[in-house]
Ligand binder design. Structure first.
Ligand SMILES: *Cc1c(COP(=O)(O)O)cnc(C)c1O
Length: 499
């Protein structure tokens, strides 16, 4: 394997002395600013960054970005993790210097506007979810779950319930749920799904006893189904002294329609970066506010905000608080985006978001159900799951169909999740996609089904049109190549080994 001309062109453009900008040599008229750094700590050799003109840098990064998929360039029908379009006005607002130049330690009298935004955001979240109070600190959904587990333990401990060591999660749950409970030392017990894909009530009853601390649930669940027995489920768990945690990652189809607080949940997290429109993927930053009912309020992380005659202020934390879970006030930039998104849409707009998300998902499901097996019966909420089990005979797996979709210009849906569906392909179109886009995707899926019948190799070896085709995911995780130099070195070594 040789280093292709393309790699050299993309990655080795450095020429000694090239610069994008030149700063005046004599910037400091006074003392040498480096004077006080001890000699031994001063770098003796150049750091070795590439030396390039501005235009070379611009082209390099723009060209790399054009090899990528994003919501701004391609339809992104990822399931479970709502990846929807993030209106640019939110970005504009979060970038305003009036926000970015604030310091979290500034005296609250000088940041009243910012505090008002956080206060009102909390009010909106309370109204949307039916909870009594929120902490805005957690930085993501998983962080909210961990915070939730800390609240569960603090609550039971305050009532002498230290023998409550079990957390129940359905087998269709997102991996972060059992992981968060286990990380906090809980014993995780899996609850089966029934033949319709909802919580199996009989199996739940089997596991309910005085050791249950909590049941974690996402509703609609990861199959895109609303748990129709939700009131029965929350009643049963409460009767046995357990709490109910709502994983809010799938809140997108419920806005203005139903509230977790009314379903009987005690603690919830909301992924602002999913439902309320912040770009995500690639590691954040996110925001996972955690809301609770009254009986859990004393345990919330502090400080919480209060509104006094003199304005907004941070109240002193309750003595029973679990303490801070994040520095300062959390990822405020994400909160500003969520706030603007909510203000722009308003009450009716929000409900339309959910209605359109549900309509789009059901439209696609109906259009695909004659060609692909839908894993569940009846209407879905914001997402649905196909089972591609019947294609395994041709050697084609769900992951292959995901790869082939890339050639048609679509980001791959979630594949092989939820684990309860063999060869799962999970589709969530979201509310912002036009009918034409949905139709193009449906057409592509049907064409792929035809290919599987006539030329399965074409699907198994996809993608055919992208610069990166089938990376070895295991190797990529074990031996990550984190710098372009590693990549060039790796190729030289390989070329030598082959020669
Ligand atoms: C995304 C997701 C989570 C985790 O949220 P993060 O913000 O990514 O930490 C939990 N549950 C479900 C169902 C999700 O889709």
């Amino acid at each position: 394997m040789l280093i292709s001309q393309d790699d050299r062109l993309s990655f080795e453009k450095s020429k000694p002395g090239r610069r994008a900008i030149r700063l005046p040599e004599e910037r400091y008229s006074g003392e040498d600013p480096l004077k006080n750094i001890p000699q031994g700590l001063l770098r003796q050799t150049s750091i070795g960054f590439p030396e390039l003109g501005e235009l070379d840098v611009v082209r390099h990064f723009i060209n790399l970005s054009r090899k990528n998929f994003s919501v701004d360039t391609h339809f992104y029908p990822l399931g479970s993790c709502t990846m929807k379009y993030n209106p640019k006005v939110n970005e504009w607002a979060a970038r305003q210097e009036k926000f970015t130049a604030l310091h979290p330690l500034q005296d609250a009298t000088t940041t009243q506007g910012m505090l008002q935004i956080l206060w009102e955001l909390e009010e909106y979240l309370k109204e949307i979810s039916g909870m009594d109070r929120f902490t805005l600190q957690p930085a993501a959904g998983a962080h909210g779950e961990l915070t939730g587990m800390m609240l569960v333990r603090a609550y039971h401990a305050s009532r002498g319930g230290s023998t409550r060591t079990k957390v129940l999660v359905p087998d269709s749950s997102h991996g972060t749920n059992p992981a968060s409970a286990a990380l906090f030392g809980y014993h995780v017990v899996e609850i089966k799904s029934d033949s319709h894909g909802c919580v199996d009530l009989e199996d739940l009853k089997q596991h309910l006893d005085e050791h249950v601390a909590c049941l974690m649930l996402t509703n609609p669940n990861t199959l895109g189904l609303f748990e129709k027995n939700i009131l029965e489920i929350t009643k049963l768990v409460h009767q046995h002294g357990g709490l109910l945690y709502y994983d809010g990652a799938n809140l997108n189809p419920l806005l203005g329609i139903a509230r977790p607080g009314d379903m009987g949940f005690d603690i919830i997290h909301i992924n602002l970066h999913k439902t309320f429109s912040t770009p995500h993927g690639g590691g954040g930053p996110g925001s996972g506010p955690v809301g609770v009912k009254k009986h859990l309020m004393p345990f919330l992380p502090g400080p919480l905000m209060e509104r006094t005659k003199k304005g907004y202020a941070w109240a002193s934390p309750s003595p029973q608080s679990i303490g801070r879970v994040k520095l300062f006030h959390g990822n405020v930039g994400v909160m500003i985006r969520a706030y603007v998104y909510l203000r722009v849409l308003g009450k009716e707009g929000l409900r339309k978001v959910s209605e359109a998300a549900i309509l789009n998902a059901n439209y696609m499901k109906e259009m695909l159900k004659d060609v692909f097996k839908v894993a569940t019966e009846g209407p879905c909420m914001h997402e649905f799951v196909l089972s591609l089990k019947s294609f395994v005979a041709q050697g084609v797996h769900a992951g292959d169909v995901g790869k082939r979709l890339l050639d048609f210009g679509f980001h791959a849906p979630t594949v092989h999740f939820p684990l309860v569906v063999p060869e799962a392909l999970m589709i969530e179109p979201t509310e912002t996609e036009a009918r034409e886009t949905l139709d193009l995707f449906i057409e592509a899926m049907k064409e792929i089904a035809l290919e599987i019948a006539t030329d399965p190799e074409r699907v198994k070896t996809a993608p055919h049109t992208l610069p990166v085709r089938r990376p070895d995911d295991v190797l990529a995780a074990r031996k990550p190549i984190l710098s372009y130099r590693d990549q060039v070195r790796e190729k030289v070594l390989l070329a030598e080994a082959v020669a």
